[in-house]
Design a protein around this ligand. Structure first.
Ligand SMILES: C[S@@+](CC[C@H](N)C(=O)[O-])C[C@H]1O[C@@H](n2cnc3c(N)ncnc32)[C@H](O)[C@@H]1O
Length: 268
């Protein structure tokens, strides 16, 4: 696993409390993960998320993934855990506006220590967010603790691809994204197995290259003014961010980074 020093939870909270988080939502929509609805439906299908289930979304942000699960999979009850008060506030408001507040609750906590009861969920859910978490072993142990035997841990995440990042590439990518580290498929699979989960699926979704092209196109061809407005019309900053996005595009096309999907039933 590639790591860099000096990035922690407070950096992530700053991102999602300010303009950077707003920029991600401008480009990706309410569901801040690669593939939006398509990716959520794919994960739900593969994890067999069904009517009446109870789930926990770790790093739920504004709760768009939970609203998707309640609306489109008939999930009975979702509990979302996030460490950034601002996104929770937005999430509660959106759930209330959409009449879903009785089925979706938010907990303000670090996902490594949620305070939720053991085996309270049929499934634990995560979408492109666990890359922000410093302590991956603690995170996976917490996810497995929350699911009852027979339940499932299901998530997508940004991981290092088979080509591998050089140290310099990892430093530049992780610092731009405010990720303290980046796992790979083998690393996550080992952690899941260590915590009593059978890794039924762990693979590249193949989405990253296509979607990073789309995001760059949106920023360069349609949403430039809106993006500039969010960052106080700072042209130099937008250009600098564009450069880092182009660098990320190169990494994705070279399969040095990718979006991976994991479905891991808990067996014991
Ligand atoms: C990319 S957003 C999540 C997107 C969301 N899963 C979706 O699909 O729309 C990342 C979120 O992770 C949260 N986060 C990062 N590290 C965390 C931690 N250790 N504990 C709780 N939340 C964390 C941030 O506050 C932020 O809201």
């Amino acid at each position: 696993m590639k790591s860099i020093p000096g990035i922690g939870l407070s950096d992530v909270q700053k991102v999602y409390s300010g303009p950077e988080g707003e920029l991600w939502e401008l480009v990706m929509g309410e569901q801040i993960h690669i593939g939006g609805f398509v990716s959520s439906m794919d994960l739900a299908e593969k994890a067999q998320i069904r009517q009446g289930m109870k789930g926990v979304d770790l790093c739920c942000c504004n709760g768009a993934g939970m609203r998707f699960l309640v609306r489109f999979r008939g999930v009975a009850k979702m509990t979302g855990v996030d460490a950034t008060p601002k996104v929770i506030e937005h999430g509660r408001r959106r759930c209330a506006d959409e009449g879903l507040a009785d089925r979706i609750e938010f907990v303000h906590a670090d996902v490594c220590d949620t305070g939720l009861p053991s085996e309270c969920a049929d499934f634990v859910w995560g979408e492109d967010a666990w890359c922000y978490v410093v302590d991956k072993p603690k995170l996976i142990a917490e996810a497995a603790r929350l699911v009852h035997p027979g339940g499932v841990v299901a998530f997508t995440d940004w991981v290092e691809g088979p080509t591998g990042l050089t140290d310099a590439e990892a430093e530049r990518f992780l610092r731009f994204m405010k990720f303290p580290n980046v796992q790979n498929i083998q690393g996550y699979s080992q952690l899941l197995a260590d915590n009593g989960c059978h890794v039924a699926l762990a693979e590249d979704t193949g989405r990253f290259p296509v979607y990073v092209d789309l995001y760059l196109d949106m920023l360069n061809k349609q949403l430039t003014y809106d993006a500039l407005k969010i960052i106080g019309f700072d042209m130099a900053l937008l250009e600098a961010m564009g450069k880092e996005m182009m660098f990320m595009r190169e990494l994705a096309h070279a399969r040095k980074i990718m979006q991976a999907i994991f479905v891991a039933p808990k067996t014991r």
